[in-house]
Design a protein around this ligand. Structure first.
Ligand code: NAD
Length: 496
């Protein structure tokens, strides 16, 4: 298949101090027309470049050109599935070739360690590869006939998908939206969080270099005003948003009159449950990495630990030993297990929540402050923190902190435990550690959460649907459902 790329001599996004980075408009890297934003490295507070944000005219152009590229006669939507898949495979290959450059940008932009950033870049490549495979293998459906006719259900693209991503895991979130939306035959206009503009552009430069046809992808930089301009646009056909619950609710109100499909992946306050009969050392490792990994800035972070009272003392000791192993250090050093928070504002938020916990009567059994020493002085660092002595109704146990803060709560009764675990506005994820398989199943079925892990935590497969119950969201991403979320079905009946 021949595809026309906008810029055959692909632009590559590299680190270069003081530079003003472009944005991607309908497949072409061009200068943003609105105000400038500074990109700050949270490990040392220094600027690593500037970006100019998108104007309303650029938002319009991205949407109009995207629609043409997807839905015009001979557009992307009419390309045979194996042709679309070929482009998605090429994108995966290009991301893989550029993994170090992409990972480095993420490390300097949001403070994730080099190792985690590399893993996420490879995971983004895997997402494109998976959806290439799905694209080639998904067919139309023929439901069984119930009369003298046959009936076929076809799945058609929606048109232009507006995708909005948060700053905590910009690569995996962007790939999770771009790959299935393209596989489904749509164009995508993506707005990343302002603090992760460069790494998202680097992902996009792989799409351009791999031969994604002109017009199909835009990456519009900017803050809330660009997000609002995008989701308010009358020609957008679907919104796929990952971010905070309040923002998701504002977007849902914004689109209510237009009734366009909406996918919302929102916040969480996930319960991580440890019964006394569990493999306690393994559970302690998973509980520590489940909340402190990524400096706690993960939507599925297990931030409420429910531990059976009879194992509380033993488990605390194991957990603290694991927390001590999670070395906080500058993300580009080999010893770093966790880096700084992604921004100074996020570190302030974490600090004020720990203060609130103390006012509510908590005691700190680990951390509870910034690490000390010259290597931390200029960065947005905070230690892994364990709070005890509060119940599940405390604000620090109810509100999403989005940082390395764990509330440890003892329990004695299984039914009461399930009620407490479910006593949350959120329902994104959960974890259970027990040696009793019947109890594991019972509790798993009782939990109000889109993901339940049993004797493991944070294992994620691109092939399994992901999404939230309650205020954690609406709709599902990933898996085959991930493609169907970006299509609408049409049932055609043919009388015999
Ligand atoms: P956020 O809600 O502040 O912003 C997310 C995106 O929306 C950004 O691109 C932002 O510029 C844009 N935006 C803000 N206001 C807008 C508006 N009114 N209209 C349109 N766009 C708007 O979220 P964040 O602080 O970047 O990310 C942290 C949150 O994301 C946490 O709550 C976390 O749990 C959640 N998250 C959820 C998942 C999931 O899969 N469920 C994954 C990662 C993060």
């Amino acid at each position: 298949m021949t595809v026309k790329t906008a810029q055959p001599d692909a632009v590559r996004i590299e680190l270069g101090r003081g530079e003003i980075y472009p944005l991607l408009l309908a497949g072409r890297f061009v200068a943003g027309e609105a105000t400038h934003m500074e990109v700050i490295n949270p490990a040392n507070g220094r600027g690593i470049g500037r970006v100019a944000t998108a104007s309303q005219g650029q938002i319009d152009k991205a949407i109009v050109n995207g629609r043409k590229a997807a839905l015009a006669p001979n557009g992307w939507a009419t390309r045979l599935p194996h042709e679309r898949a070929a482009v998605l495979y090429a994108i995966a290959d290009d991301i893989t070739r550029n993994v170090d450059r992409i990972a480095e940008l993420q490390m300097y932009e949001n403070g994730k360690t080099r190792k985690e950033s590399r893993g996420q870049a490879l995971s983004a490549a895997g997402t494109f590869r998976y959806y290439a495979g799905v694209c080639e293998s998904l067919g139309e459906e023929m439901p069984p006939a119930r009369g003298d006719y046959f009936n076929i259900t076809v799945h058609e693209p929606l048109g232009v998908v507006a995708a909005l991503t948060p700053w905590n895991s910009p690569l995996t979130m962007a790939a999770q939206k771009i790959a299935p939306a393209l596989a489904a035959g749509n164009a995508v206009v993506l707005k990343p969080a302002e603090s992760t503009s460069l790494v998202t552009l680097a992902l996009a430069d792989c799409c351009v270099a791999a031969g994604l046809p002109e017009g199909l992808l835009s990456v519009l930089l900017g803050g809330r005003e660009v997000g609002e301009g995008l989701v308010s646009h009358p020609r957008v056909d679907c919104i796929s948003f990952t971010g905070g619950t309040e923002t998701g609710q504002a977007i849902a109100r914004n689109v209510a009159d237009r009734l366009i499909p909406l996918i919302l992946e929102l916040g969480g306050k996930s319960p991580h449950i440890v019964f006394a009969d569990a493999d306690l050392p393994a559970a302690a490792k998973a509980v520590a990495s489940g909340i402190f990994g990524g400096t706690g800035q993960s939507c599925v972070a297990g931030s409420r630990l429910f531990v059976e009272a009879s194992a509380e003392d033993e488990f605390r000791e194991l957990l603290i030993a694991e927390a001590e192993k999670m070395v906080v250090a500058p993300p580009d050093t080999p010893e770093a297990v966790i880096g700084p928070l992604a921004s100074f504002a996020q570190r302030d938020r974490v600090e004020s929540y720990v203060e609130l916990g103390l006012e509510e009567g908590a005691r700190v059994s680990f951390g509870g402050k910034r690490p000390e020493g010259p290597k931390y002085a200029e960065g947005a660092y905070y230690l892994p923190t364990i709070l005890e002595g509060l119940n599940n109704r405390a604000r620090v146990a109810q509100e999403e902190i989005f940082g390395p803060v764990l509330c440890m709560i003892p329990f004695t009764d299984e039914q009461d435990l399930v009620a407490q675990a479910n006593d949350s506005a959120y329902g994104l994820a959960s974890g259970i550690w027990t040696g009793d398989y019947k109890r594991a199943w019972r509790v798993a079925r009782g939990l109000e959460a889109g993901t339940v892990w049993i004797n493991t935590y944070k294992q994620l497969s691109i092939a399994a649907p992901f999404g939230g119950f309650k205020l954690s969201g609406l709709g599902r991403e990933k898996g085959i459902q991930g493609v169907r979320s970006y299509q609408q079905s049409k049932s055609i009946y043919w009388g015999l």
